[in-house]
Design a protein around this ligand. Structure first.
Ligand SMILES: C[S@@+](CC[C@H](N)C(=O)[O-])C[C@H]1O[C@@H](n2cnc3c(N)ncnc32)[C@H](O)[C@@H]1O
Length: 259
């Protein structure tokens, strides 16, 4: 999955993220409202901060704000953008797989927004979860999103376009996408998680998809509990009976460190 780092270090990709308007995704808004009362007491670690889409919503609401990313271009963009507005905010080039520069129990709130966690392999994800748990304070909050394996049948399906040329192009793109992911497609019905070769950035992105039930089990196994799941489409918390039918492209998870 090292090509993912290459993609996020590309200056055009950094520019793309820097141009994002300051807005939160629906579930992020719901979660922010839920944790608003305790935010000001917390030191926050914003992992995979990118060009700082979430910074504007949190930097002046928390006790201390640190944004990290494994792409130097991204952290540079944050420093340039927020150096004057949030002079106390810290931006560092750090990989989630090695948070050794931060002491145990350092952060009351850890965020890894917009599926950043899906850029590493399954084994590395377990390492990342262990690192996140270590730097998370006692009863600290961890929030992240992850691609939903249950959306993949739609993702690989035919997408109708009214414009005939666009429709033909989309059929051609779908054929390439299927050819690159033949092995994974066969695994959908039984797999808990798969890694897909995404057709954005010329197949440079390899993306992890997981079933919500498997994600919850993974969190519990790695020392997190009180897991809540939020729909990307509605922003609302899903009930347990809704997990299996959820086909949102990604879901948000809110949980706390178990001690
Ligand atoms: C989809 S972008 C989201 C950026 C930003 N959070 C936003 O919402 O606009 C994912 C980000 O995660 C970062 N990322 C991916 N894997 C990472 C890792 N192992 N350690 C730190 N950052 C990582 C990427 O460089 C990228 O900036």
């Amino acid at each position: 999955m090292e090509t993912n780092k290459k993609v996020y270090s590309d200056s055009q990709v950094v520019k793309h993220y820097a141009a994002y308007s300051a807005s939160l995704q629906r579930p992020e808004r719901t979660i922010m409202n839920l944790i608003q009362p305790v935010l000001q007491e917390m030191r926050m670690l914003d992992i995979g901060v990118g060009a700082g889409r979430t910074t504007v919503f949190f930097a002046d609401k928390v006790k201390e704000y640190t944004g990290i990313d494994f792409s130097e271009g991204m952290t540079r963009a944050c420093k340039e953008k927020f150096g004057n507005t949030y002079p106390a905010a810290v931006f560092e080039t750090v990989d989630v797989r090695d948070l050794s520069r931060y002491a145990d129990n350092s952060f009351g709130f850890v965020l890894f927004s917009f599926n950043g966690l899906d850029n590493i392999s399954h084994e590395e994800r377990i390492v990342a979860l262990s690192e996140i748990r270590r730097v998370c304070a006692e009863k600290g909050i961890f929030c992240f999103s992850s691609h939903n394996l249950q959306c993949l049948p739609d993702f690989f399906g035919i997408r109708f376009r009214w414009h005939p040329v666009r429709f033909l192009k989309s059929l051609f793109a779908r054929r390439r996408l299927i050819a690159r992911n033949k092995e994974q497609i066969g695994k959908f019905p039984e797999a808990d998680h798969v890694t897909i070769f995404d057709d954005v950035y010329d197949f440079g992105l390899h993306t992890y998809y997981i079933r919500p039930s498997a994600q919850i089990a993974q969190l519990k196994k790695n020392g997190f509990g009180e897991v809540k799941v939020f729909s990307l489409n509605t922003g609302e918390e899903l009930r347990e009976q809704q997990y299996e039918a959820a086909t949102d492209s990604w879901l948000y998870y809110l949980c706390s460190k178990l001690t």
